[in-house]
Design a protein around this ligand. Sequence first.
Ligand code: ATP
Length: 464
Amino acid sequence: MDSDNRQTGRAANLMDKLSALCKRRGFIFQSSEIYGGLNGFWDYGPAGAQLKQNIRNAWWREYVRNGHTGPENQKYDIVGLDAAIIMHPSIWKTSGHTESFSDPMVDCRKCKQRFRADQLPSAGCPVGGNHDFTEAREFNLMFRTSVGPVENDTSIAYLRPETAQAIFVQYQNVLTVSRTKIPFGIAQIGKAFRNEINPRNYTFRSREFEMMEIEFFIHPGTGEMWHKYWLDNRLKWYESIGLPREKLFIEWHASEDLAHYASACADVTFQFPFGVQELEGIANRGDFDLTQHARATGKIPPYFDPETKERFMPHVIEPSAGVDRIALALLTNAYHEETVSDGKGGEEIRYVMRFHPGIAPVTVAVFPLLRNRPELVARAEAIFEMLRSDYLVQWDDRGNIGKRYRYQDELGTPWCITVDFETLGQEDAKLKDTVTLRDRDTMIQERVRIEDLTAIIRDRLSAF
Ligand code: ATP
């Protein structure tokens, strides 16, 4: 086995273990599992749905809610949009997707499987020896559907393959209502669909996924400066949700690989177990999209700058990220196995998801030591209710405390609180109204006062 294969084997093994954990702890399930699944589609269970919600919230809070200052001290706003998934089919003609949103595809004549011509499999044909590929053909990735009761050529519509076009076609409406001026951005989070030829690497390449996109409208001639600004800005955001800088990279597209509309494009990539792969594309799109839609509709006039009195079509920088890929990056980065004492003189493996506490699906878990002692349960319930409005809190009273800790480790819960007999003051009066606070990473348990819990958790969260 050469080193590359060993690497691939290790990565596959790690991804198998991660997907088993994701299923057992409710992060990710196969879509339609009880019907045998559907390739390229995934469902998020309670923990995964909350993780994705935390990613969306972190992004929306940072870009739509918070104020900003860009290069040269320029203040700017970003406003939100939530557009329909199915739009007028002419939009996709104008944007070029109907014509050219495609991948080259080949079929193997022996095993009948279909592959992307630029991503041929390293493994041989299961029917025997080498694959026997057809010539490459272009395959349009847009899912087609039909709108209305009659299915014919005029009823054809598409599930959007990106959220960006909706921003361009609503640009004029948003500009009119927002009292904003250039530079400014429009942000949108929503589902996108691509009929990928080979969905793979768990959720990395799916057929239904979610995007978080900003179209940032700027003055012509400032593209390079803002492109650089957005690259730095997005890297910092990834670090803020707990992805380490050393696993993040910027990869520039060579000019011959650029999409027809882009004057520069760089990807933010991440060191996944299966290789360094794209998390986000950040393109300098010039005025391509607005100009195309303006020509096609006559409804997008040039922007009038009230200060300089110039008229121009704004240029655009587009940071375009995938929520599911960010979730997968967080999951692969959080996954740790360590050997710990089993408390009986032996050793066991502890699986622990080391999420940044601000992005973890559960911030604090609260346990009564025993579920059949009403006085413990009542105190624990009061703490649970007290913390609930500020933090993501989970209740657990099953099994023994050691098992509950292991369960929360696998969910990535940074802190666990246990109410025991000392809380009730039955063993030592000094310990009355205290609980144990257990840390996920150090496994240290400390005694803290109930009245201090909210502040302690707040301080530890902000220290991260
Ligand atoms: P790739 O080269 O991986 O197919 P792309 O360059 O076509 O991706 P973009 O069109 O730039 O991707 O999409 C922006 C972002 O949307 C990507 O960086 C990624 O996070 C996400 N994304 C795109 N395609 C998929 C997919 N099939 N599954 C999950 N996320 C995706």
